[in-house]
Design a protein around this ligand. Structure first.
Ligand code: URA
Ligand code: SF4
Length: 205
């Protein structure tokens, strides 16, 4: 019997590591409590040997309903950034640090909640497996949650963004989360910084 919040996705990994078997196995993951209230697992998507892997935080409301990563407002901003940075969409694998929507209900709305450190850790085996299969040259780390998962709790996105750092045999470039750009009062300034970081990632490959 799987106990809530006390486990890990590691218990659900398939024997064979390829994107198809990972996706099928992840659909049944109960590695933390988030699967209970979310609609479905939102696994990463993109070509099997993408040059770039983009790692967000957690699926949002739209992603949870549709079952695909970054298909809501943050995804549209991300698409714009990728295009302007000259990163072709067919060289990009997109995923999240945590693969089930995390929210609190408020009336009919579902309000996004930051995943906990335990949930980030529980979900990490999926991200490890995606990295092992896709073998991207550059990992673009979108925001503090992805940074916590991939670069550790001491990493500070505000201070260390936009500079390639080693991540095993790969390079990682951290930037702010596209949702932070959307929420910012000075949205264009924030967007320019976000774009500059994506351009660093483009050149790092
Ligand atoms: N925000 C994320 O971090 N990931 C998504 O897939 C959508 C919004
Ligand atoms: Fe499994 Fe991750 Fe979903 Fe938790 S969030 S149930 S670890 S896929």
């Amino acid at each position: 019997m799987v106990k809530d919040g006390n486990n890990s996705a590691a218990d659900f990994l398939p024997d064979k590591l390829d994107l198809e078997s990972l996706r099928i196995a992840a659909a049944c993951c109960e590695g933390c409590g988030l699967y209970r209230n979310a609609t479905q697992t939102v696994f990463g998507e993109g070509p099997g040997h993408a040059k770039f892997m983009l790692v967000g935080e957690v699926p949002g409301d739209q992603e949870d309903r549709q079952g695909h990563p970054f298909v809501g407002p943050a995804g549209r901003l991300l698409d714009r950034g990728l295009e302007e940075a000259g990163i072709p969409r067919d060289e990009v694998y997109v995923t999240n640090a945590v693969k089930h929507f995390s929210f609190v209900p408020r009336g009919k709305r579902r309000i996004h909640q930051k995943p906990t450190a335990a949930e980030i850790a529980a979900c990490r085996p999926w991200l490890n497996a995606e990295l092992a299969v896709v073998e991207p040259e550059v990992v673009v780390v979108l925001g503090a949650t992805a940074a916590r998962s991939l670069l550790g709790p001491a990493f500070r996105v505000t201070r260390q963004r936009g500079v390639p750092v080693p991540l095993g045999e790969r390079l990682a470039v951290a930037t702010i989360h596209p949702s932070a750009v959307l929420r910012a009062p000075d949205r264009e300034v924030m967007y320019e910084g976000f774009l500059a970081d994506l351009q660093v990632a483009a050149r790092a490959a």
